[in-house]
Design a protein around this ligand. Sequence first.
Ligand code: NAD
Ligand code: UDP
Ligand code: UDP
Length: 325
Amino acid sequence: MSPPKPRRYSVRSRVLVTGGAGFIGSHLCERLLQAGCDVLCVDNFFTGTKDNIAHLVGQPHFEVLRHDVTFPLYVEVDEIYNLACPAAPVHYQFDPVQTTKTSVHGAINMLGLAKRVKAKILQASTSEVYGDPQVHPQVESYWGHVNPIGLRSCYDEGKRCAETLFFDYHRQHKVRVKVARIFNTYGPRMHPNDGRVVSNFIVQALKGEPITIYGDGSQTRSFCYVDDMVDALVRLMGAPDDFTGPVNLGNPAECTIRALAEEVLRLTRSRSKIVRRKLPGDDPRQRQPDIALARKSLGWTPSTRLEAGLKKAIAYFRTQVESRP
Ligand code: NAD
Ligand code: UDP
Ligand code: UDP
């Protein structure tokens, strides 16, 4: 049987968000609905939850489909944001083979879909494509320093292969692609148990439990608030077709993990003690995006300072901790 032919009836942009019930995806769905799009959220609920999108369900232009992107998907859409993939180390290492399949088979299926319906497609790639970087801050032209056989490889190499597929579909089939290299992003609706540093520290501080610093805490990250990230993703999708990326998206304000722990303690007024734990394998020493390209090409620059973003995240986690003690 031949695949269905593309059809177009609606005047609204029909936008597919894979991973739409996840942390970033749910904020993106919200933003696209506000912009008047018809939004199809596709998710297998591996790390995303219905709670993240409960407030959107029932809106006439929002639809949810439980589906795993490693299987083909036949729908009619104008734009695809491909976010489906567990993002936190504990989650993506839980079933590493499935993680690689999600990145690679998921990309093939979504690119096949984009090719058939002539949709524009954006890939949520990651700063992890740079691995443990030897160039600092990271620029898009840097090819990275990635271990192909380590604990993080299922995620890092899966995402790298997805980028390859995006550019081959672009060159070979003229698919209109956009590749966003997302750096550490935080905010409300992060999974409270996903083991990521911001959620861990806030939940530990609110519960009065020890704050677990892995290693000596001198490693660095640069944290971007989720609203800024969503703004960047929407701008990237709206950029001219000849702007494919890859483009770094993140907040260049770099801080050590120890400084983050101290800031969380200050803002939560917690009495939690800081304790040291073993540094996980292949943990990058330092990470900071060079966002000159995003500034120039998307006219984007993140505007939320760490303190303001952390306050919003803390308010969210407070409700989570209180409702699920
Ligand atoms: P998340 O885990 O909250 O969201 C991922 C979503 O994808 C979840 O809802 C999950 O259920 C869904 N999913 C996973 N596998 C799937 C599959 N096979 N089929 C359908 N749905 C599937 O993570 P997030 O932080 O919102 O990340 C979203 C995207 O952004 C991911 O692709 C991630 O790699 C990328 N990213 C995030 C960050 C960050 O700091 N949050 C940094 C770099 C890249
Ligand atoms: N695909 C999909 N939805 C579509 C079109 C394609 O899920 O609307 C999947 C399809 O199952 C295929 C993959 O995308 O395995 C790649 O499609 P492509 O057309 O590039 O390759 P082919 O069909 O020739 O394998
Ligand atoms: N980290 C930490 N304590 C925690 C969780 C994470 O010290 O409870 C460290 C981790 O080792 C890494 C940094 O914080 O150096 C960021 O970790 P995360 O998992 O959030 O993101 P990624 O390493 O993927 O950037």
